[in-house]
Design a binder for this molecule. Structure first.
Ligand code: INI
Length: 165
């Protein structure tokens, strides 16, 4: 019979790191509130939540890596808002944040969820930060907690696996 592993975003006894960018703060503050709400809903203790503030989305991977590696958080959410302007700076910041968060996650073997909005304008960003399109900060914490639980499921499965014949 297959071993079906369906993880839950359970926050009990989990240490959660949240890295949040100040750039476009009107948006990122709402993402942070969504992320904190998700922690509360899933049972993360207040004393197990660490919020690291960084200047912009480009700095998120570094802070997320420190939260995962130095502070040993079980689950990390990286929150930011990149809004397209007149220059190609948008693309560089988006690519740096995307590649960096993925790399930090793989290098630290820790789930680091990508809660960075990449939008054409402020209205789109606000819609995804607690408006009509939900709150991506909330979603990011849920994804990171689910992945932390999946890691535990896989570790448990490995521990109870039959030794090779
Ligand atoms: N940072 C953001 O988080 N969002 C943006 O939209 C943005 N734009 O458009 O420039 C932005 N730039 C700053 C960048 O993230 C770094 O903080 C900066 O380049 C210093 O490294």
């Amino acid at each position: 019979m297959p071993t079906d592993m369906r993880a839950q975003p359970d926050g009990k006894h989990r240490k959660v790191g949240i890295a949040v960018a100040r750039f476009n703060e009107v948006v990122t503050e709402r993402l942070l509130q969504g992320a904190l709400l998700a922690c509360k809903e899933r049972g993360v203790a207040d004393t197990d939540i660490y919020v690291a503030h960084v200047p912009g989305a480009f700095e998120l991977p570094q802070a997320a890596l420190w939260l995962a590696k130095t502070l040993r958080c079980d689950a990390v959410a990286a929150l930011g808002a990149v809004i397209r302007g007149e220059t190609s700076h948008y693309d560089y910041v988006c690519n740096g944040a995307t590649d960096g968060v993925l790399r930090a996650s793989l290098d630290t073997d820790t789930p680091i969820a990508f809660g960075v909005l990449t939008c054409e304008n402020m209205a789109q960003a606000l819609a995804r930060a607690g408006g009509d399109a939900g709150n991506k900060g909330h979603d990011a914490v849920m994804a990171a907690l689910e992945m932390a639980d999946l890691k535990r499921c896989i570790q448990d499965a490995a521990a109870s696996a039959q030794p090779p014949r």
